[in-house]
Design a protein around this ligand. Structure first.
Ligand code: C2O
Ligand code: CU
Ligand code: CU
Length: 480
């Protein structure tokens, strides 16, 4: 079966929203897609790896003419891809060479909160490095690192503080999947910006409380990119790294995409589709098969009807290996306690009125609690039905959940893996099952970043029986 439609309710697509900024085809020559380098460890042993990640300012040649002032990790824009191997211990030095504080949030990484997790309570001040240590223990997946200072996440990410993170494990390593980084396995970080007449980005000018967007697509920080295809199969690790934009992807000739993974790792089995929508912060891994193409051909990737990237086909060796029918076991613990409360998250409002459960985010307030290691249900509701509605991409820190249902019906076919971000349609309740594997304070929020910054965010404490009321040092917004 090949799915040929976006699963989401079309009435809530963002181009129905008044503030929607349509993509425009950039009027600049094509450039080779930037493939981020892989971050080199400072030091490593069989069991431990040391990395340094530093947030810095810089300038990047994005368009012909003037360079654009940008921010990045260890480089002027975005950052190197950070690779973790499940089972190893990591020691990461976080440095800040920006003119202001930032934080380093490991989106999708299963680590303790709130300090290692790197949300708002883990500020790193300019010139004052912080060291974090953690063990990675989760399935192979595509995650990301992004800044998360509240309420300036939108500002930081817009300037470029985001990068891809790849988790590897032994199971994925033995499957017949493309994994030669940069050749047949590449990240695609989808973002959008507006360039002014001096090729600069102006966040404050473009700011929209319902999500800041721009008309120019950037992929891995490249405007109008092409990628040279030299293998029959190509694995794309797609990340919606936009502040606000949903990407509705499809290819020329309606080329089929085999989706093999989502946020938290491999799907149970590949899902074949010709249309794929990502909401903010979601990741989807797909494999393209260029068998029918010849050297000199081009395959175009579109979002809606705007071409955003080209695949230039070169000579390649035939690769008849079929994708495995079964990719991974996705088992999630059952909710054992029949009397366990069902956590409620109601996302309401638009613009400045955004809230969760009738309140705006409070840095010092714990909104919910859950015991460590016990799976419980969470009902995520989007009450927004104004003007065709708006999808809120809900995200929770502290691990992955399993989608149980959408308004009581089965989840979409490509949502059967582990997820940490889920697009919730207007008027819908998505039920998920969530278990936390580490204690701490964790945020949960809409990942339209301006909604998050605007207060559509809350936090929970994951507690243990022996320290049910452990106190964490939480950052007060006023100390910013
Ligand atoms: Cu992608 Cu609270 O984060
Ligand atoms: Cu996160
Ligand atoms: Cu939202």
């Amino acid at each position: 079966q090949v799915y040929d439609h976006y699963f989401f309710n079309e009435s809530a697509y963002d181009y129905h929203d008044g503030g929607y900024v349509k993509l425009e085809e950039p009027d600049v020559p094509a450039s080779r897609l930037n493939i981020p380098a892989i971050l080199a460890p400072d030091q490593e042993t069989d069991t431990d790896v040391w990395y340094t990640v530093s947030a810095q300012t810089g300038e990047t040649q994005l368009l012909p003419g003037e360079k654009t002032k940008t921010w990045g990790y260890n480089q002027s824009l975005l950052g190197p891809t950070i690779v973790f191997e499940s089972g190893k211990n990591y020691h990461v030095t976080l440095k800040n060479d920006l003119p202001e504080l930032t934080t380093f949030h490991w989106h999708g990484l299963d680590v303790p909160g709130p300090y290692v997790d790197g949300g708002c309570h883990a500020p790193v001040y300019p010139g004052k490095p912080r060291k974090i240590d953690f063990t990675v223990n989760q399935p192979a997946a595509t995650l990301w690192l992004h800044a998360h200072p509240c309420p300036l996440t939108g500002w930081d990410v817009w300037h470029g503080l985001a990068t891809a993170v790849v988790v590897k494990d032994e199971h994925e390593a033995q499957l017949p999947l493309p994994r030669n980084y940069g050749v047949d396995d590449i990240p695609l970080i989808l973002q959008d910006r507006r360039f002014d007449e001096h090729n600069q980005w102006d966040y404050d000018k473009d700011y929209d409380p319902d999500g800041t967007a721009g008309p120019t697509a950037l992929i891995n920080g490249t405007v109008n990119p092409y990628f040279d295809v030299t293998t029959q199969k190509l694995r794309l690790r797609i990340l919606d790294g936009s502040n606000r934009r949903e990407w509705r992807l499809h290819l020329s000739d309606d080329l089929e995409m085999a989706q093999i993974g989502s946020d938290g790792g491999l799907l149970p089995e590949p899902v074949y589709l010709t249309k794929l929508m990502l909401t903010c912060a979601e990741r989807d891994e797909i494999v393209l098969d260029f068998e029918q193409y010849h050297p000199g051909d081009e395959v175009t990737l579109y979002s809606d009807d705007v071409p955003i990237m080209k695949f230039r086909i070169h000579e390649f060796k035939a690769d008849p290996t079929p994708l495995p029918d079964h990719l991974a076991d996705v088992d999630y613990p059952e909710v054992e306690d029949p009397n366990a409360p069902i956590h409620q998250v109601v996302m309401s409002g638009t613009d400045e009125e955004v809230e969760i459960n009738g309140r705006k985010f409070g840095m010092m307030r714990i909104d919910d609690r859950q015991e460590l290691g016990k799976a419980e249900y969470w009902d995520i509701t989007n009450t927004n039905d104004c003007c065709g509605g708006m999808i809120h991409p809900y995200h929770t820190h502290g691990g992955s959940f399993k989608v149980v249902s959408r308004n009581g019906k089965a989840p979409y076919p490509n949502e059967l893996g582990y997820k940490d971000t889920i697009g919730v349609n207007a008027g819908e309740t998505v039920r998920v099952k969530m278990r936390f594997n580490y204690p701490g304070v964790f945020m949960y929020h809409c990942h339209i970043i301006e909604h998050e910054d605007g207060g559509m965010m809350a936090q929970l404490q994951v507690y243990t029986q022996d320290h049910p009321h452990k106190k964490y040092r939480l950052m007060d917004m006023d100390t910013l």
